[in-house]
Design a protein around this ligand. Structure first.
Ligand code: NAP
Ligand code: FE
Length: 365
């Protein structure tokens, strides 16, 4: 009999304008707030305006750190940590895609700990991180309901995550309106990230009876948006479904972790500047083909939930949504496969994710 635990400490609030309607919840986190955002997305999405209205209605003081980069680096979050140490907030309100939300988690730690940003990866901190509220403006990472913060580490030439249960956001506000203005390409890329979390979580060695329920529900919701993703036109219902599917993916990987798609995808982002979700999407077809050897029933379930006949059809649609694969030299393929094989993510995959297996996945993708 499998033993496992289920832990999801984030209060998830779903609905339009609930950030403003339920602003009293923010007051429970304190009287001073550092808003952490990217350069434009929080403003463009309308979420920053709602956040300011919510904070003001509760008499909460705030300051804005709006310098988070895509795929934030250790140096970038260190600058946010410094802003936080100066302002001394009681809590962090992160608004944006996965980049600002992950940066919020790092800043919540650095705000109250005198340490080098590299030390985040130790996952042990003298002082508990500040509480975090999170507002996603993309539908992909599920970072609003995970304890992970993925940061770019130039010394290791890759992206690595730190994770402690205390950086699970205390509250996540899911409001599809904040994703309404996402360009089609970012919508597709981030939707591929959400799907990769759901599928990798379902096919992970660490999948549990409980995580499976979230993965299945998320994959079925995602499937309802497939036509819109292919056509590039999104009704509010599609935006909402994608946002919920993304959060279900986050809840799934909070328990299972990700597997070899993410392990390999990090190199495509680090060395070739591919957006995170697109990098995953490019690898998904081969990944499902690989898993069919080890867990054929699970792969058949994924295909059935998505409404696909077989792995070939799945691979073709992933290719359509992600676009062309980057050209890789044989040196690069060897290097990225070796890096990925050494990760924990690879160890959570079915079968044996050896360097040869990973090379094939990159070469044939
Ligand atoms: P992102 O890097 O946060 O944002 C990508 C782009 O989309 C940025 O240019 C951003 O603008 C823009 N954008 C965001 N919301 C927008 C909106 N509503 N309207 C218009 N533009 C908008 O992308 P992401 O895919 O959401 O996050 C990727 C990061 O999350 C990666 O670092 C990845 O490794 C990480 N991740 C974390 C987890 C986890 O569990 N924590 C899981 C998977 C991935 P701005 O620059 O202005 O913000
Ligand atoms: Fe991801």
């Amino acid at each position: 009999m499998q033993s496992y635990s289920f832990f999801m400490p984030t209060r998830v609030i779903h609905g339009e304008r609930e950030l403003v309607n339920q602003a009293g919840l923010l007051k429970q986190l304190g009287n001073r707030c550092l808003l952490v955002t990217g350069r434009t997305s929080a403003r463009v999405s309308g979420a920053l305006d709602d956040a300011v209205e919510a904070l003001t209605s509760q008499g909460i003081d705030y300051e804005l750190f709006d310098q988070v980069e895509n795929n934030p680096s250790l140096e970038n979050v260190d600058a946010g940590g410094e802003a936080a140490r100066r302002y001394k907030p009681d809590f962090i309100l992160g608004i944006g895609g996965g980049s600002p939300l992950d940066a919020s988690k790092a800043i919540a730690v650095l705000a109250v700990n005198d340490m080098e940003p590299e030390e985040l990866y130790r996952n042990e901190f003298a002082n508990q991180p500040l509480p975090i509220a999170a507002i996603p403006t993309t539908a992909g990472t599920g970072s609003e309901v995970t304890p992970y913060s993925v940061l770019t580490d130039p010394a290791a030439e890759t992206k690595r995550s730190f994770s402690v249960p205390e950086v699970f956001p205390k509250i996540a506000f899911l409001d599809w309106r904040y994703t309404a203005k996402l360009p089609v390409t970012i919508t597709r890329d981030t939707a591929l990230d959400a799907l990769s979390h759901l599928v990798e979580g379902y096919l992970s060695r660490r999948a549990t009876g409980t995580s499976d329920i979230f993965a299945q529900q998320g994959i079925e919701l995602w499937a309802e948006c497939l036509k819109s993703l292919q056509e590039g036109a999104f009704a509010p219902e599609d935006r909402d479904r994608l946002l919920v599917a993304s959060a279900l993916g986050g809840i799934t990987i909070a328990h299972t972790g990700t597997t070899l798609v993410h392990a390999l995808g990090y190199s495509l982002t680090y060395y070739h500047d591919l957006p995170h979700g697109r990098a995953n999407g490019l690898l998904m077809g081969e990944y499902l083909r690989y898993n069919a050897e080890y867990v054929p029933q699970r792969v058949a379930n994924v295909l059935a939930w998505l409404g696909f006949e077989d792995v070939e059809e799945f691979a073709q649609v992933m290719g359509e949504l992600a676009g062309p694969m980057v050209e890789l030299s044989s040196e690069q393929i060897k290097d990225y496969a070796a890096k990925a094989a050494a990760t924990r993510n690879a160890a959570y995959s079915q079968g044996e994710a050896t360097e040869e297996v990973l090379q094939r996945m990159l070469g044939d993708a």
